[in-house]
Design a protein around this ligand. Structure first.
Ligand code: ADP
Length: 401
């Protein structure tokens, strides 16, 4: 079947359209005035009855068949809770006017098909049929109503395409998260075992040569890095599933930050890490998660700045609790890049091949801070270092918005 024109049947104005369009199609095919009027009258009769029952109908005018036998067909589809039969009086005239009239129904979905055989004298063939289709595809609207209707139709089509794209993206994202979750859990066990063995070997100091000891130390450092990455991956999938767990308690932030920074200073011996602090009130927080944020920010400050440069951490009182700043003198970032750094898996293009990382740290840190009721942000300029800030309220009930 080659549809020539189709539209929905929603109200009386569509009745006018049904009649006019049927007449036009008949004229274009070459039907006599009497035949096309008969066809158009039957179509608008049925359209009227369907519009009486429901506003979900659709009308499609088409040419069916193969050379040399073609028919002009009107197909009207609709659904209705009411039981409708071909004997309904609304179909009376259409049945009398059209030689072929058929009503099929399945579970409240109805299709009425009616048509006329076309005379051979019209000399129809496949090319002509395609020409009619192309003609009506490009034809201008009959009136303002049809114009609006067409536009709405296009918009709805666009909307459903976008909705489908969104749905598919969501499915893909869920699959990716599931993969990350499974993969990180599978990786965790062997890495933990390797780490345990290498630590066991390092304790056998007397029985190993200096060379073996040096290798063991490297092995230990690398497995620790791997283990951190795996934990980050697990956090990302927990975060996606809304399962990041917290163990909140009162924390004396000054002491806590100082201890954490001392630990990190020994892990980054090639930078000068300074800590300046005011005395701040107790804050509510999860120690392990906050340690993770300090580790990420200070780790980045070190990673993205030259050896021997200074990293400054300050802790200050603010209105609702405490504010922390981590400042480096490293490569910095442009404004555009700054906008994205807290997004999942985002990395500045220049660092991708020069600095290791997966773009998960800041995404996780920002989630941890917002879950503490605080805020996290950064200031930077390309080539002039970066400053990362975060706040932690003393009382998460007074969460900052
Ligand atoms: P990773 O460092 O593993 O790539 P993060 O999520 O911690 O992931 O950081 C995201 C990106 O933000 C980094 O890839 C880097 O481009 C940029 N970035 C983060 N911290 C800094 C910093 N202190 N200086 C310059 N760029 C940074």
């Amino acid at each position: 079947m080659s549809e020539i024109i189709g539209f929905s049947l929603e109200n009386e104005m569509d009745l006018v359209l049904s009649h006019k369009r049927s007449m036009q199609v008949g004229e274009k095919i070459g039907l006599t005035v009497a035949t096309r009027t008969t066809f158009a009258t039957a179509v608008s009769e049925v359209a009227r009855t369907v519009i009486d029952y429901t506003d979900n109908g659709t009308l499609s005018l088409a040419i069916e068949g193969n050379f040399p036998r073609f028919s002009i067909v009107a197909r009207i589809a609709f659904s209705s809770d009411m039981v409708i039969s071909a004997n309904d009086e609304g179909f009376y005239y259409a049945k009398r006017l059209m030689p072929n009239f058929e009503l099929v129904s399945v579970n409240g979905d109805y299709v009425i098909e009616m048509g006329l055989g076309l005379p051979r004298s019209l000399k129809l063939d496949k090319t002509k049929v395609s020409e009619f289709t192309a003609y009506f595809k490009n034809t201008s609207p009959l009136n303002a109503y049809e114009e609006i209707k067409n536009r709405n139709h296009e918009l709805n089509k666009l909307n459903s395409v976008q909705e489908e794209e969104l749905r598919q993206r969501k499915v893909l994202d869920e699959k990716k998260t599931e993969f990350i979750s499974v993969a990180s859990h599978e990786l965790k066990t062997p890495v933990t075992v390797i780490k345990a063995y290498s630590q066991m070997l390092s304790t056998l100091k007397d029985e190993t040569s200096d060379k073996v000891r040096a290798v063991l130390e490297k092995l230990n450092i690398q497995t620790s890095k791997l283990s951190t990455l795996i934990h980050q991956l697990m956090d990302v999938s927990r975060l996606e599933n809304g399962n990041l767990q917290y163990d909140f308690e009162q924390i004396a932030l000054r002491d806590f930050a100082s201890e954490t920074i001392i630990m990190l200073t020994s892990a980054h011996p090639h930078h000068q890490i300074d800590f300046q602090s005011e005395d701040v009130d107790l804050v509510m927080g999860d120690r392990l998660r906050l340690e993770q944020v300090f580790t990420n920010l200070i780790g980045n400050a070190v990673k993205y700045s030259a050896k021997g440069t200074k990293v400054l951490i300050t802790l200050k009182k603010n209105d609702s609790g405490a504010a922390i700043m981590v400042q480096d003198n490293g490569i910095g970032m442009s404004k555009k890049e700054l906008e994205n750094i807290f997004s999942k898996f985002y990395r500045v293009e220049e660092v991708v091949s020069s600095h290791p990382g997966l773009g998960m740290g800041l995404y996780i840190s920002s989630k941890i801070i917002t879950d503490h009721g605080g805020k996290i942000w950064a200031e930077s300029e390309s080539g002039s270092g970066s400053r990362f800030y975060f706040t932690i309220p003393a009382n998460p009930a007074a969460m900052e918005s």
